[in-house]
Structure formats: structure tokens, C-alpha cells
Design a protein around this ligand. Structure first.
Ligand code: 5GP
Length: 189
């Protein structure tokens, strides 16, 4: 998406060689029109996949996942981050390390909202090492639902996340791929 690349160059700042600050577009402020465009693009890519639900992890994945669900005409489910130590028998739970916060959180999806008969499209904002994605993929697998693929807004392809997930045989589509942040410069693939 060329427009997204332009907006990233205008809005993003490189914090260090691994981290891009995208508060103006994804993590703090969102642009409704651009977000709707992203959703339409994911919906186009998965138009023939029989998607019954879009799924994401709160919170930054929600706007673009909502836009995708809207374009596909299906519900959106977002995995919630839980602080409780009590296991909920009615929920799927996974522990995931957070790339930016340096802490571990539990993500959970109620069994009520993810069923064996579902075909899901997993949407997320940014992929780095892929820990968050792998956590939700495990939950989807445990539910018996079919995972059609993973739609990512920004793939940092110099980190291993998306590659290792593709190696697992899972389809991954990224709207933009960044191959380097070295020297404070954003380089797209
Ligand atoms: P992963 O689990 O793939 O290592 O990291 C995924 C999550 O960490 C993303 O959903 C995103 O919220 C956050 N994250 C990873 N890398 C970056 C980055 O360069 N910039 C920002 N703003 N968030 C990031």
C-alpha cells in the first residue's frame, strides 16, 4: 500500500534499530480513512477464503481488524489481555511476552466466541519476533477453528516473526514490509 508507506515516512520515528514509533498511525492515534482502506485491502486478499470471523489482540490491532471485519461483513473478536492468575475454564489462555513492554501477559479468548466451525482471519498491527501472534495462533488451533491467514499492517522483516510463521505453513500477508531501521532510516522491501 503506497499511501501507507507515505504516511509511515511522514508520521513514524525510529526509536532504535529495532523499534519504530507508530503512535500517530497505529498505537495511539488512528486515521479512520486510512484504516478503512487497510481493512478493505485485507478483505480483498481474503475474499475467497470463507472467513467467518476476524480476530486480533487488544488493543492496537482493533481498529484495522474492525475495518477488515466490516469489509468482510463478519464479527470481530479481540483477545483480551488478562492480569488475573485464575484460570478461566470457559476461556482459551496463552502467556505471551510483550516486545515493547518487556513483560509477560496472558491473552484470553472466551470459548463462546471461537468455535470449531469458524474460519478466522487474524489481523495485527506490527509483527516483530512473532510471540504475540504465536500465542493467538495456539489459541485458534486449540479451538479447532481454521486459520485462513495472518494480515499484518507492518512487518519488520529483519526480525524473525513473520518468517517463522510462514515456515509453519501459515499464510501471512503484510501491507508493508520494513527490511531495516539502521541509521535511523526506514527502508521498505
Ligand atoms: P512480537 O510479539 O511480534 O515480537 O511483537 C508484536 C507486538 O509488539 C505488536 O503487536 C506491537 O504492539 C509491538 N511491537 C513490536 N515491534 C514494534 C515496533 O517496532 N513499534 C511498535 N510501536 N510496536 C511494536
Amino acid at each position: 500500500m503506497e499511501r501507507l508507506k507515505t504516511r509511515i515516512l511522514e508520521e513514524a520515528s525510529v526509536l532504535n534499530q529495532d523499534v519504530l514509533k507508530l503512535d500517530g498511525l497505529l498505537n495511539h492515534q488512528v486515521e479512520p480513512e486510512l484504516t478503512l482502506e487497510m481493512g478493505k485491502e485485507f478483505a480483498r486478499l481474503y475474499a475467497e477464503s470463507g472467513i467467518t470471523k476476524v480476530i486480533t489482540v487488544e488493543s492496537s490491532g482493533i481498529p484495522v481488524a474492525f475495518a477488515t471485519a466490516m469489509a468482510l461483513g463478519v464479527p470481530l473478536v479481540f483477545a483480551r489481555r488478562k492480569k488475573t492468575l485464575i484460570a478461566d475454564p470457559d476461556a482459551y489462555m496463552e502467556r505471551v511476552p510483550s516486545f515493547t513492554k518487556g513483560i509477560v501477559t496472558d491473552i484470553m479468548v472466551s470459548r463462546q466466541f471461537l468455535k470449531e466451525e469458524d474460519t478466522v482471519l487474524f489481523i495485527d498491527d506490527i509483527i516483530a519476533n512473532g510471540d504475540a501472534a504465536r500465542g493467538l495462533i495456539k489459541i485458534i488451533e486449540r479451538s479447532g477453528a481454521k486459520l485462513a491467514g495472518l494480515g499484518i499492517v507492518v512487518e519488520k522483516s529483519f526480525q524473525a516473526g513473520a518468517r517463522t510463521i510462514r515456515e509453519q505453513g501459515i499464510r501471512v500477508d503484510s501491507l508493508v514490509r520494513i527490511k531495516s531501521l539502521e541509521g535511523g532510516t526506514i527502508q521498505f522491501e
